[in-house]
Write a protein that binds this ligand. Structure first.
Ligand code: MG
Length: 383
C-alpha cells in the first residue's frame, strides 16, 4: 500500500470506527434516577452578613523562634451568616509578620458582603476584597476561610471532597519544637513521642547542634528544620545542612534571607530547601523558583484558600514541591489549611495544638497523620 492509500484507508477506518462507537449512544435517552438532594441555589433573597471579634490565643509553652519569644498570639475570629448557614474564619497575627488586630478590624469594618447575592461567586468576592486595600492578608484570609466554609455547607460536602482530593492521602503533620534550653527541648520531644511521626525543629541560632543532639538523645524520628532566615553565612549554612542530613533531617525551611544565598545553597544542598518568608503570594513564585526546591504555603500569608490553590498548581507546574504550613491558630484556620493537605509533600499543621483556648474542634491527628473531618465545609464543631 502506498503512503497516500494508507492515510486514506486510515481516515476511512477512523470515520467508520467513530460512527460505530457513537451509534445508539444518546446521553439524554435514559433519564438517570435522581437520588441526590436538591442542590442549593441562591435565589437572591438572602444576603451574607459578616461579624468579627478579637480573640487572644494563649500558648501552652513560651514559643521561641530565631526572631523572638512569646506566650500569646493576637487573633480575630470571623463569622459569615447567610440563609441560616454560618461559615467560620480566622485571622492570626504573629507579631513578626507585622500585621495587627487594629489593621485587621479596620479592614473587616470596610467589608460589605451584603452587596453579593451569590456566595458561590468566590472570584468576584475576591476581586472586591483585593480592591478594598493592599496587604491585610490575615483579614482577607479570615473572610476567604469563612466564605469557603459557608459554600461547603451550602454544597453539603467537605471542601476536600468538592475539590476532588482524597482525605485518606492526608500526610503526617510535623510537630514544632521551638528553640529552648536542652532540658525543655528534651521534655517537648518526649511529649511528642507516640503522637507525631515527624518533628520540626526551629534552628538558626548558635544552639543548633545542641538542639538536634538533644532531640537525638530522645528519639530517632525523622526531622525537618526551620532556620527562619537565621543563618547568616552561606558557607556555614551548607556545612550545617550536611551535618543535619547525617542526623536524619529531611528538609530545611528558609535557611537564609537573601534569594542569592538560597540559590547558592540550592545548587549544593543534599536536602531540599523550602521558601517560607521569601514567598507570600502566587506572584512571588517566579522569583523564588531558582532559589528553592519548594514553597511553604500559609493561608495567613497569601490571603486564603482561593489563592493557596492557585499557588499549589503554579508551583507544581514550575517543578517545585509544596508544603502547607500555618501560624499559631485555632482549629478553624488549621482545618482550612488541612483541606489542602492531601496534595502536599509536607504538612506542618500543629498551630492549634500549641494553644490552650481553642474554641473549635476540626482536623485531628491520629498516629501522626492528619484526619480531616467528613462534614460539610471545614467540618468544625464548637468545643
Ligand atoms: Mg517557617
Amino acid at each position: 500500500m502506498k503512503r497516500r492509500d494508507f492515510i486514506k484507508a486510515a481516515t476511512l477506518t477512523a470515520v467508520t470506527a467513530g460512527a460505530v462507537s457513537c451509534a445508539g449512544w444518546n446521553p439524554f435517552k435514559k433519564k438517570p434516577e435522581d437520588r441526590s438532594p436538591k442542590p442549593y441555589k441562591p435565589d437572591g433573597s438572602a444576603r451574607m452578613r459578616l461579624s468579627y471579634e478579637p480573640y487572644e490565643l494563649q500558648m501552652a509553652h513560651t514559643f521561641t523562634v530565631a526572631a523572638g519569644s512569646r506566650t500569646t498570639t493576637p487573633d480575630v475570629l470571623v463569622r459569615i451568616e447567610y440563609d441560616g448557614y454560618t461559615g467560620y474564619g480566622e485571622a492570626s497575627m504573629p507579631p513578626y509578620l507585622g500585621h495587627t488586630v487594629g489593621e485587621t478590624i479596620s479592614y473587616l469594618s470596610k467589608v460589605n458582603l451584603e452587596q453579593f447575592a451569590d456566595p458561590f461567586d468566590i472570584e468576584s468576592i475576591h476581586d472586591y476584597l483585593e480592591g478594598l486595600s493592599k496587604g491585610c492578608e490575615p483579614a482577607k484570609a479570615a473572610v476567604d476561610i469563612a466564605l469557603h466554609d459557608l459554600v461547603g455547607k451550602l454544597h453539603g460536602q467537605p471542601l476536600w471532597r468538592i475539590w476532588g482530593y482524597n482525605a485518606r492521602k492526608a500526610p503526617n503533620t510535623s510537630y514544632t519544637i521551638g528553640i529552648d534550653k536542652p532540658e525543655v527541648v528534651a521534655e517537648k520531644t518526649r511529649e511528642a513521642l507516640g503522637r507525631f511521626k515527624v518533628l520540626k525543629v526551629k534552628v538558626g541560632l548558635d544552639s543548633d547542634k545542641e538542639m538536634i543532639e538533644t532531640i537525638r538523645s530522645v528519639t530517632d524520628l525523622p526531622l525537618v528544620v526551620d532556620a527562619n532566615r537565621g543563618w547568616k553565612d552561606k558557607f556555614l549554612a551548607i556545612e550545617m545542612i550536611h551535618w543535619l542530613k547525617a542526623h536524619g533531617v529531611q528538609m530545611v525551611e528558609q535557611p537564609m534571607a537573601s534569594l542569592q544565598d538560597n540559590a547558592w545553597l540550592k545548587e549544593r544542598s543534599p536536602l531540599p530547601i523550602f521558601a517560607d518568608e521569601s514567598v507570600q503570594h502566587l506572584s512571588d513564585i517566579d522569583q523564588v523558583c531558582g532559589a528553592f526546591h519548594g514553597i511553604n504555603i500559609k493561608l495567613m500569608k497569601c490571603g486564603g484558600l482561593y489563592e493557596a490553590r492557585q499557588m499549589i498548581n503554579y508551583a507544581r507546574a514550575r517543578g517545585m514541591k509544596v508544603m502547607i504550613g500555618c501560624m499559631v491558630e485555632t482549629s478553624c484556620a488549621v482545618t482550612a489549611a488541612a483541606q489542602l493537605s492531601p496534595v502536599m509533600d509536607f504538612a506542618d499543621l500543629d498551630g492549634n495544638i500549641l494553644i490552650t483556648n481553642d474554641p473549635f474542634k476540626g482536623v485531628t491527628v491520629d498516629g501522626g497523620k492528619l484526619v480531616l473531618p467528613d462534614a460539610p465545609g471545614l467540618g468544625l464543631t464548637e468545643v
